[in-house]
Write a protein that binds this ligand. Structure first.
Ligand code: NAG
Ligand code: NAG
Length: 167
């Protein structure tokens, strides 16, 4: 006859095996699902555009940021971190990336939104490269799952341009 301790131990091992299997399946089903998020951003206004006394350009913009990230949410999604970055090229750097806005999206219900806002973080160039500068606005996201690996992706929205003169 098996002792009680032996049976309890066997049961525990079985339970842990099932749990591990479920976690593996959860992250696998996440890997297999192919989300189709979308985002649009309009620059509604250039509030001001200046060269600071130290020689760096700074611009303040009013944006309408809209996104539908609901498809990133599966039952295994804890939350999604998003940030909107201005990305542009200068003679010094092939990629300058400046975060303008970010948010933590806690649930699927909150993952479809639009927000009318000026840039939350300062848009400053290390130099005076911003006049007539073409830039992309890129919506980046990091999906934090309940179990499994974090994943990240982005949507690049090209074709924005800053004014030719300071205002
Ligand atoms: C922002 O964009 C959304 C979706 O494109 C639109 O429904 C909304 O009216 C816009 N809001 C403003 C203030 O432009
Ligand atoms: C902006 O987007 C375009 C089109 O996707 C891409 O070719 C270009 O490299 C991007 N620019 C930067 C600085 O990332």
């Amino acid at each position: 006859m098996h002792s009680f301790g032996y049976r309890a131990n066997a049961l525990l091992t079985f339970a842990i095996t099932i749990l591990a299997l479920m976690c593996a399946m959860a992250s696998l089903s996440d890997t297999l699902s192919s989300p189709s998020p979308s985002s649009q951003v309009q620059v509604l206004n250039i509030n001001w555009f200046q060269k600071q006394p130290n020689g760096n350009d700074e611009v303040s913009m009013t944006l309408n940021i809209s996104a539908d990230l609901q498809s990133l949410f599966t039952w295994n999604t804890k939350q999604v971190f998003v940030f909107l970055a201005a990305e542009y090229e200068t003679s010094k750097n092939s990629l300058n990336q400046i975060s303008l806005w970010d948010a933590i999206i806690p649930s699927k219900e909150r993952a479809k939104f639009w927000i009318h806002t000026s840039n939350k973080y300062r848009f400053i160039d290390q130099g005076s490269n911003l006049r007539s500068k073409e830039f992309n606005l890129t919506m980046h996201w990091h999906v934090m799952p309940k179990t499994g690996k974090m994943s990240a992706n982005k949507i690049v929205m090209p074709g924005y341009r800053l004014p030719d003169e300071y205002i």
